[in-house]
Design a protein around this ligand. Structure first.
Ligand code: GLU
Length: 329
């Protein structure tokens, strides 16, 4: 693994990417290339894997023109590395075993002034005998013994952001390394100093930056970018219609058409203009990124098999919603 300063895209291969995921991937690539960084592709396949989804995701990203500098990193190949990091934290007394179920955590009275939803500390100070007893009931998760309750990160889109940090899970009760741990370990190992991802993950950044600091790494610079939403303003999902590359192709929108829509949604290209990723990179200005979600209205009528080939008629192309809204805020 190289330590060239890099950006990255880190999908979970739980299904096909939809246009919101694809737009975030394009943005991560544009941010990295516009700032002379390398670019890393990582499969977050510790959990909820759908067989074949990784290959389809990579095909879709390549079809849009994305390139990456190293072989794709699969988290499933790195469980020994995560384990070794946790062993060090255990040895340094920075962890504790937790036997709580989700329900117990929800029902436990929270400590005064603790952030809502924070781990209430139930298992933080169990005695050796108590731990021994509880191990017989269920396998323990390993939590970080956090010594802060909040942490500050710098976000290119949001400015300074201070968010909650609690005793978050490092290794789940089922033995699977937790998302926050794997992200931090892998970002550091791959030289990632710029994290561009959907702004639904903003609240995870303080935990990850805190853990990175504890492990002796400099936290990356973050850019949590606006999500793509459906007509009702909710986060776009597969059930919203033709939202994946395959669905869109069936509606006559090929990869070039998808890239053109993404470019338009970012204010980087005009309606109907043919674009390439390099052209978008030449025009990309991180400071001018639209701050509002992009409302995506999927096309409704699949192209008839054997019907006229070629580009979709403009009226069939999805609307670029609020893409032309002023970039203020
Ligand atoms: N794998 C996560 C997801 O697909 C993203 C993780 C990250 O970018 O930190 O939502």
């Amino acid at each position: 693994m190289s330590s060239t300063p890099s950006g990255r895209f880190a999908p979970s291969p739980s299904g096909d990417l939809h246009i919101g995921n694809l737009r975030t991937a394009v943005l991560a690539w544009l941010f990295a290339r516009a700032t002379d960084r390398g670019f890393v592709l990582r499969m977050e396949d510790l959990d909820r894997v759908r067989p074949g989804a990784d290959v389809r995701q990579l095909d879709d990203l390549r079809a849009l023109g994305l390139t990456w500098d190293e072989p794709v990193l699969y988290q499933s190949s790195r469980t020994a590395v995560y384990r070794a990091v946790v062993d060090e934290l255990v040895a340094a007394r920075r962890t504790f075993e937790c036997f709580c179920t989700r329900r117990e955590i929800l029902e436990a009275p929270s400590a005064p002034h603790a952030p809502q939803g924070a781990y209430p500390g139930t298992c933080r100070d169990l005695t050796a005998a108590q731990r021994e007893r509880r191990r017989a009931e269920r396998p323990a998760a390993i939590r970080l013994r956090a010594d802060v309750s909040s942490f500050r990160v710098h976000d290119v889109c949001r400015g300074e952001f201070i968010g909650d940090v609690d005793d978050f899970v490092l290794i789940r009760g089922d033995g699977i390394p937790a998302y926050n741990l794997a992200v931090v370990v892998d970002d550091a190992a791959s030289g990632i100093d710029q994290v561009v991802r959907g702004d639904d993950l903003l609240s995870s950044a303080p935990r990850q930056a805190y853990l990175a600091t504890l492990l002796g790494h400099r936290p990356p610079e973050y850019a949590h970018v606006p999500l793509v939403c459906n007509r009702d303003g909710a986060r776009l999902a597969k059930r919203d219609g033709a939202v994946t590359m395959a669905d869109l192709a069936a509606h006559g929108v090929d990869a070039a058409g998808v890239l053109a829509m993404i470019g338009q949604s970012l204010g980087l290209s005009a309606p109907g203009e043919a674009v390439t990723l390099d052209l978008l990179a030449a025009r990309f200005d991180p400071a001018a990124l639209p701050r509002d979600p992009w409302i995506f209205v999927p096309p409704e009528h699949p192209r008839l098999i054997g019907g006229p080939a070629g580009k979709p008629r403009p009226t069939e192309a999805p609307q670029a919603g609020s893409s032309s809204s002023p970039r203020t805020k």
